[in-house]
Design a protein around this ligand. Structure first.
Ligand code: NAD
Ligand code: MG
Length: 386
C-alpha cells in the first residue's frame, strides 16, 4: 500500500525526545518526512540535523545564533528563522501535518496553541503545556477538531489501553512511577543529595529538567495533571503506583473491575512512533521484552511525606484554575536553581509550596491570565531563592 507521507514539525529536535524522534523517522522514512526542526540554542546539532533530514525550515530560539545557522543552511536551500515569535509562528505552515512538541517547559504553550488553531494534530511530549493550561488546550483541540496524541510513556500506555473502549467509562487509572534514584530515602538523607546523584535516573536517559523532576516526583505530579486533561478524569480517579522496573507503563481500570495495562521495555521510541503513526502500528526493530529477564515486577505506594511534590501537584489539581500554572512556573525556577547548585533538593518543594500559597488565585484563567500567573510565580520563587 502506498502511503501519503506525514509531514512532521519537531519543536525541540536537539533534545532527548527530539533526537529519538529523528531516529524513528529515519527508520520509517516511507511514512514520514521532516518539514520543520527547531532548537533553543544548540546550533551545531540543529545544523547537522537539518543537513541530514532536509527540512523546509528551521528555527533557532536563540537569536544570537541566527547568523551561524543561516550561513550554514543557506547553501542547502533551508529557510532559517530565529526567536520565540518565529518558533510560535512556524507551526502554522500549510505543509505541516503534525507537530511533535518536544521542547521543555512553559515555552511550549504558545507554539502548541498556534499549532492547534492551524488544525495540526499534536504529538505531545511537552507535558508542561497541559499542566499550565489544560482547560484552554483541550477546549481549543475540541473546537479545531485536533487530536492530541500523548508521547509521555504512561499516557501513551493509557491511550493504547483505551483503543476500542470509546463507550466504556473509566473507573480509575494507575500511573506507574519508577520512583527515581532516591526511592526509599528519607528526608534526612534527601537533604544532602547532589545534582550529580539526582541526574542519574535508573531506567530512562532524558533531558536534565525531567530527570530532576523524576527524582523529586514532580514529574509524576505533572503527569497526574496531564492525565486529568488528556482523559477527562476527576482527581480521585487518578492513582500513582511505584513500579521500579518501568515495564508496566500504566493501567486503566474499567467499571466492571477489569484492568488493562500496556507493557514493554523502557524505550521512548515506541511511544514516539505510536503517536506519530497513530492509528497505525508500524513494524519496528525495537528490542523485545523477555519475561525471564524480569521475573519480579514489584509495586509500592509512593511516599508523599518524603516526596512532597506529588502531594503539591494533587492539591493544585484539586484547587484548579491557575494553580497548576503557578506550580509549574515555580518548579521550573527551582529545578534551574537546583541544577545551578543554588538550592538543596528539599528546598525545591518548599519554594513551590510557598508560591502556590502566595500567588494570586484565578478561577477561570484566560491565556493572558496564564502568562501573568507564570510571571508572578517565577518572581515569588526567585525572591525566595535569593
Ligand atoms: P531536553 O532538555 O533533552 O530537550 C529540550 C529541547 O527543547 C531541546 O531541543 C531544546 O533546544 C529545546 N528548548 C528548550 N528550551 C527551549 C525554549 N525556551 N524555547 C525553544 N526551545 C527550547 O528535554 P527532553 O527530555 O527531550 O524533554 C522534552 C519534553 O518531553 C519535556 O516536556 C519532557 O517533560 C517531555 N518528556 C520527555 C521524556 C524523555 O524521555 N526525555 C519522556 C516523557 C516526556
Ligand atoms: Mg512519563
Amino acid at each position: 500500500m502506498k502511503n501519503k507521507k506525514k509531514h512532521i514539525a519537531i519543536l525541540g529536535s536537539t533534545g532527548s525526545i527530539g533526537t529519538q524522534a529523528l531516529e524513528v523517522i529515519s527508520e520509517q522514512s516511507n511514512f514520514f518526512e521532516i518539514e520543520v526542526l527547531t532548537a533553543n540554542s544548540n546550533s551545531n546539532l540543529l545544523i547537522q540535523q537539518a543537513i541530514e533530514h532536509k527540512p523546509n525550515t528551521v528555527v533557532i530560539a536563540d537569536e544570537e545564533k541566527f547568523q551561524e545557522v543561516n550561513d550554514s543552511l543557506c547553501p542547502h536551500n533551508i529557510k532559517v528563522y530565529a526567536g520565540a515569535d518565529a518558533l510560535a509562528q512556524v507551526v502554522e505552515m500549510d505543509t505541516i501535518d503534525m507537530v511533535l512538541t518536544a521542547l521543555v517547559g512553559y515555552a511550549g504553550l504558545r507554539p502548541t496553541i498556534n499549532a492547534i488553531k492551524s488544525k495540526k494534530n499534536i504529538a505531545l511530549a511537552n507535558k508542561e503545556t497541559l499542566v499550565v493550561a489544560g482547560a484552554l488546550i483541550t477546549n481549543l483541540a475540541k473546537e479545531f477538531g485536533v487530536n492530541i496524541l500523548p508521547v509521555d510513556s504512561e499516557h501513551s500506555a493509557l491511550f493504547q489501553c483505551l483503543v476500542g473502549e470509546v463507550y466504556n467509562p473509566i473507573e480509575k487509572i494507575y500511573l506507574t512511577a519508577s520512583g527515581g534514584p532516591f526511592r526509599g530515602m528519607n528526608r534526612e538523607q534527601l537533604a544532602n543529595v547532589t545534582r550529580a546523584q539526582a541526574l542519574k535516573h535508573p531506567n530512562w536517559d532524558m533531558g536534565a529538567k525531567i530527570t530532576i523532576d523524576s527524582a523529586s516526583l514532580m514529574n509524576k505530579g505533572l503527569e497526574v495533571i496531564e492525565a486529568k486533561w488528556l482523559f477527562g478524569l476527576a482527581p480521585e480517579q487518578i492513582d500513582v503506583i511505584v513500579h521500579p522496573q518501568s515495564i508496566i507503563h500504566s493501567v486503566v481500570q474499567f467499571n466492571d473491575g477489569s484492568m488493562k495495562a500496556q507493557m514493554g521495555l523502557p524505550d521512548m521510541k515506541l511511544p514516539i512512533q505510536y503517536a506519530l503513526a497513530y492509528p497505525q502500528r508500524l513494524n519496528a526493530s525495537f528490542p523485545r521484552f523477555n519475561f525471564m529477564d524480569y521475573p519480579n515486577l514489584t509495586f509500592e505506594k509512593p511516599d508523599t511525606h518524603t516526596f512532597q511534590n506529588l502531594a503539591l501537584a494533587y492539591d493544585s489539581m484539586r484547587k484548579g484554575g491557575n494553580s497548576p500554572c503557578v506550580l509549574n512556573a515555580a518548579n521550573e525556577v527551582v529545578v534551574d536553581a537546583f541544577l545551578k547548585e543554588k538550592i538543596g533538593f528539599l528546598e525545591m518543594s518548599d519554594v513551590v509550596a510557598t508560591c502556590i500559597e502566595k500567588a494570586t488565585f484565578v478561577a477561570n484563567p484566560s491565556y493572558e491570565d496564564y502568562v501573568g500567573s507564570d510571571l508572578e510565580s517565577r518572581q515569588i520563587a526567585n525572591d525566595l531563592i535569593k
